[in-house]
Write a protein that binds this ligand. Structure first.
Ligand code: FRU
Length: 479
């Protein structure tokens, strides 16, 4: 994918041209990760929803594969998922890739959303639509985004989909005939908007032998900083019904404004659970100042569960493949900040795509502040508020911000350890993804500086702190 456009990220997936929203149908097979995406091939705003297709072998370098599933008489092709049918349960063929999506149709008699399927016998390159679509219907107006997976203990398939402000669960033996089992959602979590793009995955609990089920629930609007966000629930699942173990809690997967429609790859290797989100927000996605394309994905993240103060929470760590994108390393010698400290240059020939990995030891500072900036005075302020145990990012002066009143923003994440800080910042021209405490919090925000941030300054409030290690890596892809 060309990097000539100023605002095109280097190591994040973007569509070659046109509009993109949610990631769809992600699966892994024979060494290749497949990503489909909500795509308008004919314009740079939402419409003509089609599944575009990209592949990668390393989660960093993406190849555009063309249009995979196009609109038909049942309507536009909305979000969904894909599975590999190893045992040919559907009869389409051994190892067929079977995709599920929402057929969405507007008509003078009302809008309808129903679930359709299509299968591929060439590893996801081309799809044949099932002749008896749709396979699941409902009278609900919002009824979409089917995620299908195999539930091994009962040897059946499960479909979870978003129906208004709840998630509906179905089961099937053959991927074609679906039986309604249960619904989840009443009085649980955040309900400030419609629920969309569910996922349901079983994850190991760190330091324990047990596993728990995590129900990912994207919501729009109703996110903590306006617009969309991804919440999740942790609990048990018996193949038919999900039970949330903490009904009074709302848990957020990411504490920025630009992380949505997050779902995981089917069949990821080595038992991994790898998630990708759409790195944007419906509040302003149609007016982003990019050219040639609109929409990008987050970097891939591996998910696990950890226990914090009795609660099971999601840890999201950058998938280790991103380390292969490292092209150049600058190690800044340890320094102490009693007042302020300036780094005049982060990287030579900085093209705006890099990672900063730092560890900081606090010695009584009440705020640990740092700012990324460029010569134009565009900047992103970040700080740890030690009293409040928070990490804060302020993009209100980050560059181009005036295209939407909802874009300038301050976002806040909870932090547990404020003595020994570890932070990884992934900057890629138009985004910053902050991973703190080994993925205990993530914050994803877009930014549009007119030239790369190449300076960093540190400020200590009250006591002092020491930046014990700071590595800056230029990140690239081999395109
Ligand atoms: C989420 C969403 C989905 C829908 C798709 C349509 O961003 O609204 O619920 O399937 O986008 O493009």
């Amino acid at each position: 994918m060309t990097n000539r456009e100023k605002f095109r990220p280097v190591y994040h997936h973007t569509p070659a041209y046109g509009w993109m929203n949610d990631p769809n149908g992600m699966f892994y097979k024979d060494g290749v990760y497949h990503l489909y995406f909500q795509h308008n091939p004919y314009g740079s705003t939402w419409g003509n929803m089609t599944w575009g297709h990209s592949t990668t072998t390393d989660l960093v370098n993406w190849n555009y594969e063309g249009l995979a599933i196009k609109p038909d008489a049942w309507g536009a092709v909305f979000s969904g998922s894909a599975v590999v049918d190893y045992d040919n349960t559907a009869g389409f063929g051994k190892n067929a890739v079977v995709a599920f999506y929402t057929s969405a149709k507007s008509s003078p008699w009302g809008d309808t959303q129903s679930q359709s399927m299509a299968y591929s016998l060439d590893n996801g390159k081309t799809f044949v639509k099932y002749a008896y679509n749709p396979v699941v219907t409902s009278s609900k107006r919002d009824f979409r985004d089917p995620k299908v997976f195999w539930y091994a203990p009962d040897k059946h398939w499960v479909m979870i989909l978003a129906g208004g402000q709840e998630m509906d669960i179905y089961s099937s033996k053959n991927l074609k005939d679906w039986k309604y089992e249960s619904s989840f959602g009443a009085k649980q979590g955040a309900h400030g908007g419609v629920w969309e793009c569910p996922d349901l995955v079983e994850l190991p609990v760190e330091g324990a032998k047990e596993k728990k089920w995590v129900l990912i629930c994207n919501i729009n609007p109703g996110g903590p900083f306006g617009g969309n966000a991804a919440q999740y629930f942790v609990g048990t699942f018996d193949g038919k019904k999900f039970v949330n173990e903490s009904p009074t809690q709302t848990k957020w997967m990411d504490w920025g404004k630009d992380h949505y429609a997050t779902v995981t790859f089917s069949n990821a290797p080595g038992g991994r659970c790898i998630a990708l989100g759409w790195m944007s927000n419906w509040q302003y996605q149609t007016v982003l100042p990019t050219l040639q394309y609109r929409g990008s994905n987050t970097i891939a993240r591996d998910l696990t569960l950890y226990r914090q103060d009795g609660e099971l929470l999601l840890r999201c760590t950058p998938s280790p493949e991103i380390e292969k994108a490292r092209m150049q390393k600058v190690s800044v010698p340890s320094f102490k900040v009693s007042d302020s400290y300036d780094l005049a240059s982060l990287l030579e020939g900085n093209d705006g795509a890099y990672e900063i990995d730092m560890t900081i030891k606090n010695s009584g500072a009440s705020k640990i502040m740092f700012t990324l900036s460029n010569d134009k005075g565009e900047k992103v302020n970040m700080y740890y508020d030690i009293m409040r145990k928070q990490f804060v990012m302020d993009r209100s002066e980050s560059g181009k911000v005036d295209f939407s009143v909802d874009f300038p923003a301050v976002t806040v994440a909870p932090v547990y350890d404020t003595d020994n800080i570890r932070l990884r910042l992934f900057v890629d021209r138009t985004s910053i993804e902050a991973f703190g405490e080994g993925g205990k919090f993530v914050m994803t925000n877009q930014v549009f500086p007119t030239e790369p941030y190449n300076k960093m300054s540190f400020v200590s409030v009250r006591g002092n702190f020491t930046v014990k290690s700071m590595d800056v890596y230029k990140l690239g892809n081999n395109k």
